[in-house]
Write a protein that binds this ligand. Structure first.
Ligand code: FAD
Length: 284
């Protein structure tokens, strides 16, 4: 039976008619919070209680921001948020349960715009502490990976879009998939300081049989001393994926990245039926 992954980060806000009705039946306690980059944190949690709970690699859950924080936020920024929840991907494989990780980037206000920073990610980055308890939805998102296929796998992530692949790659390696299929991981970020878990990905590339890792910096900073790929990640995909390609591709990142990479993949002969991502509506 074929199972395929659909992932995506096409986030739409403010669509009044498409509110998701969600429950938050699960609780998890924060064990540790660690900086992965200047604006990305890894949050390690454990389920309360550690009972029956499972997710598929690459899935995500909605995290509910506590109401007290939202009230403070509304007062501070003159906003009118009601219940606020956001999707975050599991950044660890299910085999680690009852513990699991999120990797969460702090969304700051867009340059030149007089608007508040991202509410949920500001909560995680500035207020959340070890010992706090988070309320989560059921896991969701459809994962599909062609286990009946031996096609090469292309993974393309932009920025914190790497989060689901941290869990997925570890899962694939646990399954020994790198012995039967090639896996190419393309990771695009702005500059060297944004390359989260670069050492871990590099180590995997050195140790795993058929795994390659291609990071690319779109705007290297002075002092980055970077000898790797530069430019947007679709340029690296264009450069290294041979046409016609038999690969299946899995993408996560900002909508513009997904769009540009998809165009390159199509030009390489990969039909849309082998390019996987999801369009998710996240609302408050
Ligand atoms: C399936 C899926 C999985 C995801 N997984 C992850 C993950 O693992 N890790 C991760 O970091 N993210 C992930 N995301 C993104 C995440 O869900 C949130 O979208 C992200 O954290 C931003 O939420 P926020 O509440 O902090 O920002 P929001 O409050 O939603 O704000 C978003 C941006 O809008 C700006 N803004 C605020 N008000 C205005 C205004 N009036 N006008 C214009 N701009 C405004 C803010 O400054 C901010 O830059 C995922 C998204 C999807 C769809």
């Amino acid at each position: 039976m074929r199972w395929m992954m659909r992932l995506g980060w096409l986030l739409c806000l403010g669509l009044g008619s498409q509110v998701l009705a969600l429950d938050f039946p699960h609780r998890a306690r924060v064990l540790a919070i660690e900086d992965l980059t200047h604006d990305v944190k890894r949050v390690r949690l454990t389920l309360l209680p550690p009972g029956e709970y499972s997710f598929k690699p690459g899935q995500f859950v909605f995290l509910k921001v506590p109401e007290e924080f939202i009230q403070e936020w509304n007062a501070r920024y003159q906003t009118t948020h009601g219940s606020v929840f956001r999707p975050y991907s599991f950044a660890s494989p299910p085999s680690r349960l009852p513990e699991f990780d999120f990797i969460i980037k702090h969304f700051r206000a867009p340059r030149g715009k007089d608007v508040p920073p991202g509410v949920a990610s500001t909560y995680v980055h500035t207020r959340l502490r070890p010992g706090d308890v988070l309320h989560l939805s059921d896991p969701t998102g459809t994962l599909y990976l062609g286990q009946d296929s031996d096609r090469p796998i292309l993974v393309v992530a932009g920025g914190s879009g790497a989060a689901p692949f941290v869990g997925l790659l570890e899962y694939w390696f646990d399954q020994g998939m790198d012995r039967t299929r090639t896996i190419h991981f393309f990771f695009g970020v702005r500059s060297r300081r944004d390359l989260l878990l670069h050492d871990r990905f590099s180590k995997w590339a050195a140790e795993k049989e058929n795994f390659t890792y291609t990071p690319a910096l779109s705007s290297p900073r002075e002092g980055d001393d970077w000898k790797g790929e530069t430019g947007y990640i679709q340029l690296s995909v264009e450069k290294y994926v041979e046409a016609p390609s038999e690969a299946e591709a899995y993408l996560a990142g900002p909508p513009i990245m997904v769009k540009m990479v998809t165009e390159v993949l199509r030009a390489k002969g990969i039909p849309d039926s082998r390019i996987f991502f999801d369009q998710i509506l996240a609302r408050e």
